[in-house]
Each structure stands twice: as structure tokens, then as C-alpha cells.
Design a protein around this ligand. Structure first.
Ligand SMILES: [Zn+2]
Ligand SMILES: [Zn+2]
Length: 308
């Protein structure tokens, strides 16, 4: 028999033996239901799909059947070596735009007060819903807890050196810390919001040109749910004041006329935020105008990274 199939069957048997009483397990013989066993948890009927390798589980294979049957599904990860079990309820939110599974991401926002900034505390968090498949995005809710910034702690660990100038923490130490701290944050916010959280994110400035340190903000995921294979390390959204991208800004200023010639034939410079008249050469400062667009017209806090 193929080794994977054998491992799968062993996993199912281990799970059945250990939980058949507690979860009132019964085998499901219909291959169409995409689960191995059915049972009861907390009075609700639950379908269990047992696996020994979570890497190959595609959550979108279940989205249709879950909606059709209105039944809870859980992936059971069996560790054959130590006979350990982990349960992953498939409570990912269904994307309202494309109907596939999307994700709730917990965003630790930058500090809003000076005191919190100095102590690296995020005093405002957001839950955002993102769909990587159709780019759906929604800022769902804002929360006000005090959470120590993971990025700040990680930066601190990375830059700490011992007397012999060697780094005190290995990259494994840092990764372990990040994983552990994220997990406890996720547990706390899942209890508070009753949502299944797929990721913990924070702002990260991504440098594209080391010569002048120019770049853009993006949302770095410190942690992601083991089944959120579709999430990459960055979200493509960041938290902060909306910055108009070059093409958007150019669109807004394109009809402004030269104060001297009264004609709109002007060249826009996004870096300097100026318009230069192509006829008389007069330079117009439009930075205030652009700023007013940002604060008045763009109250959105999370946006895709500015186009550069
Ligand atoms: Zn979608
Ligand atoms: Zn002019």
C-alpha cells in the first residue's frame, strides 16, 4: 500500500480509538462529504476530516459542502509519532464577493499616544477581512486593548549582542518567540471576538532602494493559521494615513490651471508635489491641496500600498 494512504488510515484509527466515546464518532462512508467521520461536539454535529499532513489540505475544497450542509467541519491533525491531536475548525469567513474562504486578520496598529509609542504598545487593533483570491477587503472592527508590539520585541531581540559582539538570540529563538507570542495574542482576541483569526499583522516598512531608504509600508504577518496557505508573508495593506499614489494624485491635479496663463497644460512632480506650467514655467505648490484631499476625502485607514 502507498505510504501516504497507510499513514492516513493509521491516523484515522488513532483518532477513532481515542475519541470515539467522547465525540460519539461514526464513520462516514459517502466520499462526497469530504470527511472521514462524523460526531457530536457540544451538542452540534461535526464532520471530522483526519490528516497527518496539513500542508496538503486545501480549505476551499470544503467551502461549498459546509454551506450546503450547514454542518461544522473540523480538520484533525494527527501526529503519528507522539499520537498527538490538533483540531482546526473550518470557521473561516466566506468571502461575500467570490464565495470562497477569506480570512480575519488581527492588525496591531501603531500606538496612538506618545506614552504608548515610547513603550512600544499597540493601543488600538483592527480586525480586517481579506480575500486573497478576489482581493476583497473590509475593515471590520476596532478594538482597544494594550498589546506589546511584536515587531518592537523582535527588533530588540535581533539587535541584542553579547559582550563578545555575537548576537544573543539565534533566528530560531526569534521565530520561536514570534510564534509563541502570536499564539497567545490570537487566543486572547479569538475569545474576545469569537472569530477564527487567520493572522497577526503589524506595519513594516519595506525598503526598495537601500541608497536612500525609500520604500513603502506593508502589513507583515507575524503568524498565520496553519491552514491559511493562501496568505503570503505580507498583506498588501498597511495601517496609517492614506497616501495618494502618484497616478491618483496626478488625476486630482490634472485640471488645475496655471495662475498666469490660465491654461491647464501643467507637468506634475509627485515627489515635490508641484505643477510646472509647460508654457510659462511657473511652478505651483500643490502639496497643501493634496494634503486636504487626504484628510478630507480619504478617511480610509487601511489601503493597498501606494503605487510608486
Ligand atoms: Zn473573495
Ligand atoms: Zn503658465
Amino acid at each position: 500500500m502507498w505510504p501516504q494512504v497507510k499513514a492516513g488510515l493509521r491516523g484515522e484509527l488513532l483518532f477513532y480509538d481515542k475519541f470515539f466515546e467522547e465525540l460519539k464518532l461514526e464513520p462516514l462512508l459517502d466520499a462526497g462529504v469530504k470527511a472521514d467521520l462524523t460526531g457530536v461536539r457540544g451538542g452540534d454535529l461535526v464532520n471530522f476530516d483526519v490528516t497527518t499532513n496539513i500542508e496538503y489540505k486545501d480549505i476551499d475544497k470544503y467551502v461549498e459542502i459546509i454551506q450546503k450542509r450547514k454542518k461544522t467541519y473540523e480538520i484533525v491533525l494527527v501526529n503519528l509519532k507522539n499520537e498527538d491531536f490538533e483540531f482546526f475548525p473550518l470557521r473561516f469567513p466566506v468571502c461575500p464577493k467570490c464565495g470562497r474562504f477569506s480570512h480575519y486578520i488581527l492588525y496591531l496598529e501603531p500606538a496612538t499616544t506618545e506614552t504608548c509609542r515610547w513603550s512600544d504598545i499597540s493601543d488600538e487593533q483592527s480586525i480586517v477581512q481579506v480575500c486573497t483570491k478576489c482581493k476583497y477587503f473590509e475593515d471590520l472592527k476596532t478594538l482597544h486593548f494594550e498589546v506589546h508590539s511584536l515587531s518592537a520585541e523582535i527588533d530588540e531581540m535581533v539587535s541584542t549582542i553579547d559582550v563578545d559582539e555575537s548576537p544573543r538570540f539565534s533566528s530560531k529563538d526569534v521565530a520561536d518567540y514570534s510564534q509563541k507570542a502570536s499564539s497567545s495574542i490570537v487566543k486572547f482576541f479569538e475569545r474576545d471576538t469569537e472569530l477564527l483569526i487567520s493572522g497577526v499583522a503589524e506595519n513594516k516598512y519595506v525598503i526598495t532602494d537601500p541608497r536612500d531608504a525609500s520604500g513603502y509600508y506593508d502589513g507583515l504577518l507575524h503568524w498565520k493559521h496553519p491552514l491559511a496557505h493562501d496568505l503570503s508573508n505580507y498583506l498588501g495593506i498597511y495601517c496609517g494615513e492614506y497616501e495618494l499614489g502618484k497616478s491618483e494624485a496626478a488625476e486630482f491635479v490634472k485640471d488645475i490651471k496655471c495662475k498666469l496663463c490660465k491654461q491647464p497644460n501643467m507637468r506634475y512632480n509627485h515627489t515635490k508635489q508641484t505643477l510646472t506650467c509647460r508654457r510659462c514655467g511657473l511652478i505651483h505648490d500643490v502639496s497643501q491641496y493634496i494634503k486636504s484631499l487626504v484628510t478630507v476625502g480619504w478617511e480610509i485607514k487601511r489601503v493597498r500600498k501606494p503605487d510608486t
